[in-house]
Design a binder for this molecule. Structure first.
Ligand code: SF4
Length: 138
C-alpha cells in the first residue's frame, strides 16, 4: 500500500486525494449491489421486466454490472432483497466477475491475469480505465 502511494508521488508530484484508503463515499452513491437470497421466482421475474437495461437475470437472481446503469429501480421495488452498497470498486477484466449473484456479498474481483500484456506496457501506471455507458445506446 505504501509503495503505491510513493509511486503516485513519483509519477504525479502530488497526491490530489491525501489518503486514498480513508476515502468514504456519500451514502447516496450507488456502488456494488448485494442481492439477498430467498426471493420468490415471480418477484424475480417482475424485477427482470422492470429493469430498463436487461441487467437482471433470474434463476438465480443476478445483476449484470456490464448492463446496469444504477438507476436504483430494482432496489426501490424490492428493498428487502436488493441494496446498493457504496463500494466503488466495480471494474474487472473478467466479464463473469461483473455478474452479481444472489446471496453473494464480496468485492468485484479485478482478475489482473486477464489484462492483455500490452496494456501495462502502453499505459504503465498512469491510467485507469473503466468503460461506462449510462444508457446512451438508444
Ligand atoms: S439499478 Fe436499474 S439498471 Fe441496474 S439492475 Fe437495477 S433496475 Fe436494472
Amino acid at each position: 500500500m505504501i509503495t503505491s502511494k510513493i509511486s503516485v508521488l513519483i509519477h504525479h508530484g502530488q497526491q490530489a486525494i491525501p489518503d486514498l484508503d480513508a476515502v468514504t463515499l456519500p451514502e447516496i452513491f450507488r456502488g456494488r449491489p448485494v442481492i439477498r437470497g430467498g426471493i420468490r421466482a415471480d418477484d424475480a421475474r417482475k424485477l427482470e421486466k422492470l429493469c430498463p437495461t436487461g441487467a437482471i437475470g433470474t434463476e438465480p437472481l443476478c445483476i449484470d454490472l456490464g448492463k446496469c446503469v444504477f438507476c436504483g429501480e430494482c432496489q426501490l421495488a424490492c428493498p428487502d432483497f436488493i441494496r446498493f452498497t457504496n463500494d466503488h470498486k466495480l471494474a474487472s477484466a473478467s466479464r463473469e466477475a461483473l455478474i452479481i449473484k444472489e446471496g453473494v456479498d464480496k468485492p468485484v474481483e479485478f482478475c489482473e491475469e486477464l489484462v492483455r500484456p500490452e496494456i501495462p506496457k502502453l499505459f504503465k501506471n498512469a491510467l485507469k480505465l473503466r468503460q461506462v455507458s449510462a444508457g446512451g445506446g438508444r
